[in-house]
Design a protein around this ligand. Structure first.
Ligand SMILES: Nc1nc2c(c(=O)[nH]1)N[C@H]1C(S)=C(S)[C@@H](COP(=O)(O)OP(=O)(O)OC[C@H]3O[C@@H](n4cnc5c(=O)[nH]c(N)nc54)[C@H](O)[C@@H]3O)O[C@H]1N2
Ligand SMILES: Nc1nc2c(c(=O)[nH]1)N[C@H]1C(S)=C(S)[C@@H](COP(=O)(O)OP(=O)(O)OC[C@H]3O[C@@H](n4cnc5c(=O)[nH]c(N)nc54)[C@H](O)[C@@H]3O)O[C@H]1N2
Ligand SMILES: [Mo]
Length: 664
């Protein structure tokens, strides 16, 4: 008899879907949307419908692997869990006693947002503290910028979109990355609301919109300032909100006055009339919501870009009101009891900035890093400047990777531990894009000898003498992590039964006019110093976007595309490139051989490449990106990378694509 089991997708995506899985003879045969999930409402994205293909893929690793003679160039061979865990425990002991525990780097990202993943940190803290990463590959600049303005980054509940009369999709592409807000946008539009896209590329989401402003890449601060100048010039600001709830308005106004409108419009390459019309619309059609994305989060001055957009919200009183807001996302796990991480047990602690991973590893002394333990992340593929990250990993004595498949990072590992997918685990999900808490019930037994991160750390703790402090079933740990929410009236048991709305998450943040800033008010940006980065010989800006077809680097070989870039017709003409030509795309730090697609949706001055294709399959946008950190928020400024194109001779026989060479 097939069984139907409720679970939730824990992958790194704002939608965090509620799922009903069908299991037959111990195998998951179908995933469907859970109908009672208030946000995902019974539908999944194509990737999640197909997730069982990943679970049972021949690429999935089912046993622990080690290098035949211990060296990176050796082939993998199967080993046992006992042998693998003994070896890790022995190495941890050795490095800790010889060089101190700071010679070990724990690198964990958000491959899964399951609550139990917090416990990986507990392990290293109980050990006395190791080196970890700080900063961000994902939301750092947005968090930092919005924290300066609002006191905290806290978005509106996505269902509040239904109260909006105007929605600006600002550097966000929900048709690809946040599918479940698409029906909400369609619904408000059918009631007469307008939806406007602000993006240097005509993305898939343009089809949802009434209008598209194709601004110059990374000119969002200038656009927001130009709009603000027009709003003030025409007296359309919300004077009472400014007086009642904001701080720093006079200096903000002075900042705007230091730039002319013509200069600002020229910087974003938009006609003044277009900017004026948007400014009027935003200031007069209320309530208006701004949905900020990750597009404008990838530049050196991204925090300031967010702040300039936040300022528009405050200027027009579109803050703290239903249907309004300047929303990016939520600080997701803020309601959990994070003391389970046992930070107080870390006697030592050292951090290295995630955006500068490669060079920080190479430069670490006192002590140098000797061992790295990676779980739920693929830093060689996803960190900027992949070549330097790879070079740094090569210098380490011992690298362990815990993953499901042999990623680009596992090429630099001495030991590979196979881990479970969310269908094989019990956990709880809180999302960074909505307020429904998801129960993650174990749907199937672990495939092969795959084990959860928690299981791995528990077995290691036993070997290192603190087993009892890591011991406990997932349910026991979930009870502890979830305790603050249980006190607010929702139990773990309820959450495991069906999707439940978080009782303490507001639909409209800041509705009481109180902001956790120093002044207790919304704080305007008052200073902006930014010089556009010019790299002689590399005239194009590299834009790296998400693909609708896959999540981050989680692409099976059968679905892996031939690596490609997209350029606009003007750029193609300049380089004499035709659609389908093979080209070299070169940055100051690396190059790739890719197919050029000439696409009139792409504006001038940029080359666009999707994130996540594999380096060992000829892709990997981060082979090109430079490791540059944002001014605020320790964010990887992927978008500061400049590139040029080099046309390759066309094959004599027709248009067959030449073989893709391995990236350097
Ligand atoms: N299918 C799929 N969904 C995903 C993911 C995935 O890999 N695949 N990843 C998930 C994750 S981790 C994240 S963080 C989110 C990200 O979700 P999004 O923010 O929607 O994704 P991005 O592709 O980073 O950027 C969105 C848009 O910003 C535009 N953009 C680039 N530069 C600029 C700029 O300077 N100004 C403006 N205004 N726009 C700019 C891009 O052209 C792009 O269309 O998606 C999540 N969802
Ligand atoms: N050039 C460029 N680079 C980018 C970005 C960009 O816009 N441009 N965006 C950045 C963003 S927004 C993000 S979020 C990061 C993402 O960077 P990463 O978090 O490194 O993302 P993934 O490549 O998905 O790697 C996660 C890995 O975890 C594995 N995994 C899944 N679940 C589990 C689990 O429960 N346990 C363990 N041990 N492993 C698990 C998956 O198989 C996968 O290999 O990339 C960033 N990189
Ligand atoms: Mo992300």
């Amino acid at each position: 008899m097939p069984r139907r089991i409720y679970t939730s997708c824990t992958l790194d995506c704002p939608d965090g879907c509620g799922i009903v899985a069908t299991v037959k003879d111990g195998r998951v045969v179908k995933l469907e949307g859970h109908r009672d999930h208030e946000f995902t409402r019974g539908s999944l994205c194509a990737k999640t419908y197909r997730f069982p293909e990943r679970v049972y893929s021949p690429e999935r690793q089912l046993y622990p692997l080690r290098r035949r003679n211990g060296r990176l160039n050796d082939a993998w061979e199967r080993t046992t869990w006992d042998e693998a865990l003994d070896l890790i425990a022995q190495r941890i002991r050795r490095y800790a006693s010889e060089s101190g525990p700071l010679s070990i780097l724990h690198y964990q990202r958000t491959g899964s947002w399951g609550a139990t993943k917090l416990l990986s940190r507990r392990f290293w803290n109980l050990l006395g503290g190791v080196t970890t990463t700080v900063g961000s590959l994902c939301s750092g600049a947005a968090r930092a910028g919005q924290a300066l303005d609002f006191g905290v980054r806290n978005g509106h509940d996505p269902l509040d979109i239904l109260n909006s009369r105007l929605v600006l999709l600002w550097g966000r592409n929900p048709m690809a990355t946040n599918l479940h807000i698409v029906p909400l946008l369609r619904q408000v539009r059918s009631r007469g609301a307008q939806v406007i896209l602000i993006d240097p590329i005509r993305s898939e989401s343009a089809s949802l919109c009434d209008r598209h402003l194709q601004l110059r890449v990374a000119s969002d601060a200038e656009l927001a300032m130009a709009m603000a100048k027009i709003i003030l010039e025409e007296g359309l600001q919300d004077k009472s909100f400014i007086v009642r709830s904001t701080h720093g308005f006079a200096q903000y106004r002075a900042l705007l006055e230091s730039r002319s409108l013509a200069e600002l419009c020229a910087a974003c390459e938009l006609p003044e009339a277009e900017v004026r019309s948007l400014a009027r619309l935003y200031a007069t059609v209320k309530p208006a919501a701004i949905l900020l994305g990750w597009g404008l989060n990838k530049y050196q001055h991204s925090a300031e870009m967010f702040r300039c957009v936040d300022a528009l919200g405050a200027l027009c009183g579109n803050v703290g009101v239903a249907g309004g807001g300047v929303t990016h996302g939520f600080n997701t796990q803020r309601h959990f009891d994070k003391t389970v991480e046992a930070l107080d047990r870390a006697e030592q602690h050292r951090t290295i900035p995630e955006p500068l991973l490669g060079r920080s590893l190479l430069g670490a002394t006192d002590p140098p890093v000797r061992m790295m333990f990676v779980n739920a992340g693929n830093p060689v593929n996803q960190s900027p400047n992949s070549n330097v990250v790879a070079r740094a990993l090569r210098t380490l004595e011992f690298v362990v990777v815990v993953d499901q498949v042999l990623t680009d990072t596992s090429d630099y590992a001495h030991l590979f531990l196979p881990t479970t997918t969310f269908l094989e685990e019990e956990d709880i999900l809180v999302s960074w894009g909505h307020n429904i808490i998801g129960g993650v019930n174990q749907v199937i037994e672990p495939v092969g000898e795959a084990r959860s991160d928690l299981w791995v750390f528990q077995r290691l703790a036993e070997r290192l003498g603190f087993g009892p402090e890591m011991a406990g079933t997932p349910r026991q740990w979930l009870k502890r992590i979830f305790a603050p929410l249980e006190r607010s009236g929702v139990t773990v048991e309820q959450v495991m039964e069906k999707p439940v709305r978080c009782p303490v998450a507001p639909v409209v943040p800041f509705a009481d006019g109180v902001f956790p800033t120093k002044s207790g008010r919304f704080e305007f940006i008052t200073k902006l110093e930014h010089q556009r980065r010019i790299v002689p010989g590399f005239p194009l800006t590299l834009v790296t976007n998400y693909s609708k077809k896959w999540l981050l680097s989680q692409i099976l070989e059968k679905d892996h595309p031939k690596p490609f870039i997209r350029i606009g017709p003007a750029t193609a003409d300049e380089y004499g490139i035709e659609n389908g030509d093979d080209v070299i795309i070169r940055s100051p730090v690396g190059h790739l051989r890719v197919e050029a697609q000439v696409d009139d949706r792409v504006g001038r001055g940029v080359a666009v490449m999707p994130v996540g294709t594999w380096i060992k399959r000829g892709g990997g946008a981060n082979v090109l990106t430079e490791d540059i950190m944002s001014n605020f928020g320790q964010m990887a400024a992927f978008g500061e990378t400049r590139v040029r194109l080099e046309r390759l001779p066309r094959p004599a026989t027709g248009r067959e694509p030449a073989a893709v060479s391995q990236a350097q």
